[in-house]
Design a protein around this ligand. Sequence first.
Ligand code: NAP
Length: 239
Amino acid sequence: MGCALVTGASRGLGAIIAERLATDGWKVVVNYANDTAGATAVADRIGQGAYVARFDVTDEEAVRRGVAEIHEHAGPIGVVVNNATGPQPLMPVEKQTWNDHLDQLRFFVKAPLLLLQAALPDFRAAGGGRIVNVGSEVVDLGNADYGHYVSAKAAMHGLTRSWARELGPLGITVNTVEPGWIPVERHAGEDVSEYRQQVPLGHMGVPADVAEAVAFLSSPAARFITGQRLAVNGGRTMS
Ligand SMILES: NC(=O)c1ccc[n+]([C@@H]2O[C@H](COP(=O)([O-])OP(=O)(O)OC[C@H]3O[C@@H](n4cnc5c(N)ncnc54)[C@H](OP(=O)(O)O)[C@@H]3O)[C@@H](O)[C@H]2O)c1
């Protein structure tokens, strides 16, 4: 079965995804870059089936070392959930620099690429594997002042589509889960009322809603689903 690596799992959606995958019996790798207390608390809540792995997913050498340590302590990788994110500042296009775009591409294209390349030998040995990319509804909505983030998330789904076709013959599925606005720690105190009015189901989502979708796509039940986008946003966007 291998272990499930959840990037950026010291808080927010990643923490709840890690906890949810553990309930399905996955040995879960709680990755993070800075917040040791947060990652340790997540691992403590999971208990025995958790391994904490501190490495910067955007750094090639750090990923190489991090995955070597995962192999040593948690075994081969069976699932990669690309969830980690850095800051996502809103800014008008006149203010956006190429570096602002690279900041997003590092998380949503570079990190998934490095992690896929690191996990591929395990997937090949096991005859399959799962990748779940955590995208965003902004790809469908095209939010203003967000070209750097929107385009990087769109590129991430481009990886999903290309990898699904290329790696399908190896038994590897690749899918994107697209959350709407799911308030987490970093949104504390923000007013959700205007957003909530545009949600057909009439309420905000919670991290567990996203975690359920990731758990499904990581499970044997989703074995014939690949290259797909699953919006988890109460119907705010529709396909
Ligand atoms: N929450 C939402 O409303 C929402 C909506 C749509 C899409 N999403 C997507 O869902 C994902 C999670 O979002 P979130 O709201 O849960 O974010 P968050 O609360 O800010 O958490 C980000 C996580 O990424 C980790 N991280 C940051 N830099 C890292 C690095 N270089 N290497 C490894 N880990 C790193 C952080 O841990 P450390 O600080 O310890 O490094 C933290 O655990 C993102 O991809 C985001 O774009 C979220």
